[in-house]
Design a protein. Structure first.
Length: 225
């Protein structure tokens, strides 16, 4: 059951990261194209700036996620190797340590000892790393999955403001894009709150406020350049 809970938690974290990546793509590219639109109405300039921002942002997100998750994976491997050494040097002590963990979770001393012995006989390393460290030796985090997921979600979010500014009629480009972006940010705020079990309206309002502020500032900067 604990392994299933961990798997579910990891899947929810991936979904949440995807939503946040899309949110970053929406805000970042909206800020760029709205800012450029404040300075010029030239469609080619808007396209180039938006695409450049999309590519740069997606690569930055993917690279940052790869580095971060690779560091996490290295740490997980290090603690697993350290646990292997402790099991070789003091197996009995590790049984008592595992039993103590289950006692802290509410099991009786006798039952905790029996559970610890049974789990250690089946998979000593897996039992210890899972209960004590929250790491499973057979399921390290994958930095490539995280990188491509982050890149894809950012690019997916970035497409909305880019298409909005390019396809909308010129006289209403900016307000049309702003409205589309704010609606999308409200949706991502709602989804992220649902995934995290948080209140919906504060998340929605925060997202909309940050997006609106970003677009207002970049448009003002573009207008006075």
């Amino acid at each position: 059951m604990k392994h299933e809970d961990n798997d579910l938690g990891q899947k929810l974290n991936v979904l949440r990261a995807g939503v946040l990546g899309a949110n970053d793509g929406i805000v970042s590219i909206a800020g760029i194209v709205i800012g450029v639109a404040g300075a010029t109405s030239h469609t080619a300039t808007l396209l180039i700036s938006g695409l450049a921002g999309l590519v740069a942002g997606a690569l930055s997100m993917g690279g940052g996620e790869y580095v971060s998750v690779s560091t996490q994976k290295d740490t997980e491997k290090a603690v697993v190797e350290a646990e292997k050494i402790r099991l070789k040097e003091d197996y009995e002590g590790e049984i008592h340590e595992l039993a103590h963990i289950y006692m802290k979770n509410g099991l009786s001393e006798d039952l905790s000892q029996k559970v610890a012995v049974a789990l250690m006989n089946k998979d000593a390393l897996g039992a210890h790393t899972s209960a004590e460290l929250g790491v499973r030796p057979d399921k390290y985090v994958n930095p490539w999955h995280a990188a491509f997921s982050s890149m894809g979600s950012f690019a997916l979010g970035a497409i909305l403001p880019l298409l909005s500014i390019l396809l909308a009629p010129m006289p209403i480009r900016v307000p049309f894009t702003a409205i589309a972006v704010l609606i999308a940010l409200g949706m991502t705020g709602f989804i992220s709150a649902c995934l995290g079990g948080a209140p919906k309206w504060p998340a929605i309002c925060r997202n909309i406020f940050v997006g609106a502020l970003t677009m207002a500032i970049t448009f003002t900067v573009g207008r006075f350049m």
